[in-house]
Design a protein around this ligand. Structure first.
Ligand SMILES: [Fe+2]
Length: 251
């Protein structure tokens, strides 16, 4: 069993990735996302692949790989927390340089990789957000790229459309803290037109699962920002874990 701790969202949230655990104790409240193809067990319940739930003081069983986010409900004033996040994380436009993101109130943490799985936290500050519909994830050079998004704070919605026009919407999933929208890729890694949209100012975790044989993109220079007030991030980055502001896809 291994537990990797990532500091990309600290001091706001903690992210652990648990791998190959017959049993893993959840202490306090946590959002748990099953990253494996097989379900994991919670008492008499099963958590399917790429599904998430809020858990409290319970044991996970037969965990192949799972992401655990804690601290999401430890803040009394979410607006104040999000203001701190905006001071700590650069805008997605600053990091990715995509013209369509200019002026969009979308902020992103550093990215962490655990093997083939990448994690990034995003703060979407405006309602609506209008990051734009997309269906391609060109940074991934091989087919089979899979992505899901897990809501951490606020309310959002994942929208699927027939064309690159929100008027052609055919499926919408509301996302509240602890919810991951259903996977929308097919067996070949093809996506419908999709976008994340806010209902309230939000924070979500983007999860990217690269197919076997694909290498995580190399880290690019990390933008320096003044540290927010609050508890200091805990511990150094685990060895072998890449954290970066890689320029890649849009949620
Ligand atoms: Fe996407």
């Amino acid at each position: 069993m291994t537990v990797q701790s990532f500091d990309i969202a600290e001091p706001f949230f903690n992210l652990d990735v648990v791998t190959a655990a017959e049993r893993h104790q959840i202490s306090g409240r946590a959002i748990v996302l099953n990253l494996a193809d097989e379900p994991l067990e919670i008492l008499d319940q099963s958590l399917p692949s790429l599904a998430s739930v809020i858990l409290q003081d319970v044991v996970l069983e037969r965990v192949q790989q799972a992401a655990i986010v804690q601290g999401f409900d430890a803040h009394e004033d979410e607006a104040a927390l999000m203001a701190q996040v905006r001071q700590a994380w650069p805008s997605a436009f600053e990091v990715r340089g995509e013209e369509r993101l200019r002026g969009v109130q979308h902020y992103m943490s550093k990215k962490a990789w655990s093997g083939q799985v990448g994690f990034t936290f995003y703060h979407s500050a405006s309602v609506p957000l209008k990051v734009g519909l997309h269906k391609d994830h060109p940074f991934c050079p091989v087919p089979g790229f899979r992505e899901v998004h897990t809501q951490i704070l606020g309310l959002g919605k994942m929208q699927q459309c027939r064309q690159q026009d929100v008027a052609t919407l055919y499926l919408e999933e509301v996302m509240a803290p602890g919810v991951t929208h259903r996977p929308m890729f097919d067996a070949d890694g093809n996506y419908p037109w999709h976008q994340y949209e806010t209902i309230t100012p939000s924070i979500f975790m983007a999860v990217e699962l690269l197919p076997e044989g694909a290498q995580p993109p190399p880290p690019s220079p990390v933008l320096s920002r003044p540290a927010p007030s609050g508890p200091a991030p805990s511990g150094p980055t685990p060895s072998g874990v890449v954290q970066s502001h890689s320029q890649d896809r849009q949620p």
